[in-house]
Write a protein of this length. Structure first.
Length: 311
């Protein structure tokens, strides 16, 4: 009753005194009531939080699960999501601290300058691609090698290849895949470390024919290609990387993960969108802006439409 009269503008102190009620008791009752509503809401969302956690194979922490809940029309704050996860014992995979590694750049093929040092961040897709390769261990001490190409703007993996060697043909396959998929305009900057695979004549020939300026990290500066180092760190953490029992298992898991990474994994740097969704939204926003600009120009004084020139 008191809360109803309070909503009509009557002072709580007057209402409590008139009804012979304690103000502290009234506020405690109201607080407990609201807490009960929150607890019931959280109880309703517990199964969904657990389902999302399992669906993404322990790769999502509180922030990403909260973003996923919001996308499904069930908003819940990050802190409350984190508390629910703690109460249910849901612990996300913890990524190890970034430890830079060096690349074997002892070759005589020549090095390209780092074109990204003073360049602004890319403002759209197909402006900067970053490349790297890493090893995947197999039981028995052998290795597979994974080459990736990422669009730096959207974080989307645009090309990749997996082989049992790390020769130039490995990174060439990833590059050709990316070019065929994306068909970039001339001028896209291709950045990599100083590894010999990226300095080979055939690789540079493909870049030249596609009119892609080549960029390489500075000598001894392992942070110049940090985007790709970070990508491989994420991949190995979320796959809980350990030696694969066979090459066949690796060849099934890697493409599945890359598809997940591009289409479903929410990236904090992209406003908690997946790379494909981020690209789609960016493209739509740019199209809308282009239409607005054309509309503005058409309304400017002194501009004559083509139809008015017809006698």
């Amino acid at each position: 009753m008191i809360d109803q009269f309070e909503q009509e503008g009557l002072p709580v102190c007057v209402l409590c005194e008139t009804l012979g009620a304690s103000r502290s008791a009234y506020y405690a009752w109201r607080r407990d009531g609201r807490l009960g509503v929150r607890r019931r809401e959280e109880g309703r969302l517990r199964p969904l939080v657990r389902s999302i956690f399992r669906e993404h194979r322990r790769r999502y922490g509180a922030r990403r699960i909260a973003a996923e809940l919001a996308a499904r029309g069930q908003p819940l704050g990050r802190r409350r999501t984190g508390r629910l996860m703690d109460e249910m014992g849901l612990l996300a995979l913890q990524r190890k601290a970034f430890r830079p590694r060096t690349t074997d750049s002892r070759h005589r093929l020549g090095y390209s300058p780092n074109r990204l040092i003073d360049a602004p961040p890319p403002a759209g897709i197909n402006q900067v691609w970053v490349a790297d390769l890493s090893y995947l261990p197999l039981v028995g001490g052998e290795f597979l090698y994974l080459a990736l190409l990422m669009d730096r703007f959207s974080r989307r993996i645009v090309g990749w290849d997996l082989q049992d060697h790390r020769r130039e043909s490995l990174v060439l396959a990833a590059l050709r895949w990316a070019i065929a998929l994306r068909r970039p305009e001339p001028g896209l900057i291709h950045h990599s470390d100083r590894g010999g695979q990226y300095a080979g004549a055939e690789y540079r020939g493909v870049l030249a024919r596609a009119r892609m300026p080549q960029s390489m990290s500075r000598p001894g500066n392992v942070y110049d290609n940090a985007f790709m180092e970070s990508c491989f760190g994420t991949l190995k953490t979320e796959l809980e990387m350990k030696p694969y029992e066979s090459e066949q298992i690796a060849r099934k898991e890697i493409p599945d993960y890359i598809r997940y990474y591009n289409t479903r994994r929410r990236h904090s740097s992209l406003g908690y969108l997946a790379p494909e969704a981020f690209e789609a939204r960016t493209t739509a926003d740019q199209s809308d802006e282009s239409r607005r600009n054309r509309s503005t120009r058409s309304r400017q004084p002194g501009r004559t439409g083509a139809s008015s020139l017809i006698p």
